[in-house]
Design a protein around this ligand. Structure first.
Ligand code: NAI
Length: 581
């Protein structure tokens, strides 16, 4: 009797395995079938760009709900905050690059091209392919420091034309368009910048800066150089005391302190001069003033000269022309190389898009969106990242809608209760609630502690005046990309857009590396973090370890996290490699 029982058991197991497998195959085929059917009906989502905002969106968008196509002249995502480290060889170029195709997955189609025109009426984009584009600003026709950096190294300057690779222009229809094309360097039309200064915005810029630094040291080492020429070659000028300029000056100074004597023992360190020129009266002016003060003192110790309240009026091949605020005289500062980091301006493509949309796009600095990131005046078009700016609804203007008609006066608690349900319409209120409360306390209240509605309106108008556009940072772009992916997924699931929560930026702090294994972190405006860490900004070595662990976690894939950790270890143990390759 045990034999038939065993046979039964065997049969049942076999039936279960075969049945399970057949079910799996059936489900798989069903799924495939439904996906194919979906693809035909799915809305076409076209994403322009492969920066912080677009990549954050593409990693979260549900490709079962949208047929996603990405167009960008750069087929990789760049970890931009590490560019200063790349430019002095602390971090290798490949560490800061994530190829976009594996990053966003095979369900998203990527085309390496540049969108040159958008037709919002026909919902169509016109694209042009530019095989040699590297995403950086170059001006091939003029002699420049960049050309020097590109053409050095003997045979590497040979240009190879290995076959014709033309890419005809093409057009794409869209149902939903996301514009996240970033911005470009702002030179404020300062003469000579395009020809003689380096930018630090794209990877090729960092590579050129690295080659140019190497070139300065190699040229200064030639024994027949005059003392004057050697000092000029060893003078580095950084223009712009924002985070980019500060971090580059810091990394360069580290390299000089830590690696110069190993590589160029014949050069005298005291002859090297790093100057940071800033038009305002302090560097890192967007940060807490204690951070600016700390950084200036620290730079003084590190022998970086900070020239505050000084404008660079012109960049020449061997010098920069400076002018102190309020002084009619101009000075010249001889230099071997110049890094220009004075901020950003909109790309010409963004300007023509704004003009095409018309009256609602009145901000000359960016594409204006509402709090859902919808481009004003262009339905089904969204914009995010450095190319866009959110227009907050003014609470002062909306006071009539907020307060019932017969209300003549109210106290703060009543006002807060009224706002509670409408808070999502005014994302800025959270940030200036404290200020409104303080104004309420200072205002001319009657004996019941109430405020006239007309006075309330002027108070809110004042608060509205404090509204600042969000800064053009990776943090903002990343949060916008995440938001828009979730938002579009919800819409595709049938939610009404107006019922959804608008975008709300949560500031997590600002941080910058200032050299000598020290960093600064500003938690102001971060809410919870500020309460946890206190109001004081953090600086020094503790901040440096926080800065490093933050970037390690921010690296998008495990591959680049490992590469970054090894790069830091490598440069600590064996020094930086600034050889020109
Ligand atoms: P920025 O706009 O923050 O700073 C540019 C600085 O250049 C300003 O302080 C300005 O006064 C100065 N300037 C302008 N014209 C000048 C002239 N002719 N001569 C001398 N100085 C002049 O630009 P940055 O540093 O490139 O940053 C761009 C954006 O990226 C910012 O929003 C910044 O916060 C963000 N960023 C953040 C980083 C971080 O958090 N670690 C790192 C790099 C950038």
């Amino acid at each position: 009797s045990t034999v038939p029982r065993r046979r039964w058991r065997g049969l049942m197991i076999t039936a279960a395995v075969v049945g399970g497998y057949a079910g799996y195959i059936y489900a798989w085929r069903e799924n495939l079938f439904s996906l194919q059917k979906d693809r035909e009906n799915k809305p076409k989502l076209v994403v322009l760009g492969t920066g912080w905002a677009s990549v954050a969106l593409m990693r979260r968008i549900d490709t079962k709900l949208y047929d996603v196509q990405c167009i960008s002249p750069r087929n990789y995502f760049l970890m931009t905050p590490l560019l200063p480290s790349v430019s002095v060889g602390t971090v290798e170029t490949r560490t800061v690059v994530e190829p976009v195709r594996p990053l966003v997955g095979t369900n998203i189609k990527f085309l390496e091209a540049e969108c040159v025109d958008i037709d919002p009426e026909k919902k169509r984009v016109v694209c042009q392919s530019t095989p040699s584009i590297d995403g950086s600003q170059t001006n091939e026709s003029q002699f420049s420091q960049r050309d020097v950096a590109d053409n050095v190294g003997g045979s590497s300057s040979r240009r190879v034309h290995d076959g014709a690779r033309t890419r005809p222009p093409f057009e794409l229809d869209y149902d939903v368009l996301v514009v996240a094309v970033g911005a470009e360097n702002n030179t404020f039309n300062t003469p000579g910048v395009d020809s003689h200064a380096h930018f630090l915005k794209e990877l090729p810029d960092a590579r050129r800066v690295r080659a140019a630094i190497s070139d300065c040291f190699e040229s200064a080492s030639i024994p027949s150089q005059t003392e004057e020429e050697r000092k000029r070659l060893l003078s580095f000028v950084v223009v712009g005391g924002g985070p980019t300029g500060v971090e580059f000056a810091a990394e360069l100074s580290d390299m000089v302190h830590e690696d110069l004597s190993k590589n160029f023992p014949q050069l005298d360190r005291s002859e090297i001069r790093i100057s940071l020129v800033e038009a305002l009266d302090q560097i890192l002016s967007m940060y807490d003033h204690k951070i600016s003060e700390y950084t200036e003192k620290h730079f003084d110790r590190e022998n970086i000269s900070v020239l505050n309240s000084t404008f660079v009026k012109e960049v020449k091949q061997t010098e920069v022309v400076l002018q102190k605020r309020g002084s009619p005289e101009k000075d010249s500062l001889p230099c071997g190389m110049v890094v220009w980091a004075t901020g950003i301006k909109p790309r010409p493509f963004v300007n023509s898009l704004r003009k095409r949309i018309g009256a609602l796009q009145s901000n000359p600095r960016a594409v204006v969106t509402d709090t859902y990131l919808r481009v004003m005046g262009a339905p089904t078009m969204y914009a995010m990242g450095d190319c866009s700016s959110i227009q907050m609804p003014k609470v002062g203007d909306a006071i009539a809608n907020l307060v019932p008609e017969d209300t003549k006066e109210l106290d703060f608690e009543e006002f807060a209760a009224l706002l509670k349900d409408r808070m999502h319409e005014y994302p800025q209120l959270e940030s200036y609630a404290e200020q409104v409360k303080a104004s309420f306390e200072k205002a001319d209240l009657n004996q019941d502690g109430k405020l006239q509605i007309s006075e309330l309106k002027s108070l809110l108008d004042e608060a509205d005046k404090l509204l600042r556009p969000l800064p053009a940072t990776a943090q903002v772009a990343n949060q916008e990309g995440k938001f828009l992916a979730q938002h579009l997924n919800k819409i595709a699931h049938g939610s009404d857009e107006e019922d959804l929560e608008p975008f709300r930026y949560r500031h997590l702090g600002s941080l910058a590396y200032v050299g000598g294994d020290k960093a600064v972190i500003d938690f102001s405006g971060t809410g919870v973090l500020q309460k946890f860490f206190g109001l004081e900004p953090i600086n020094g070595r503790g901040a440096f370890y926080l800065w490093r662990s933050f970037y390690l976690t921010e690296m998008v894939t495990l591959r680049t996290k490992i590469l970054l950790a090894f790069d830091w270890l490598r440069s600590k143990l064996f020094g930086r490699d600034i050889s020109r390759v």
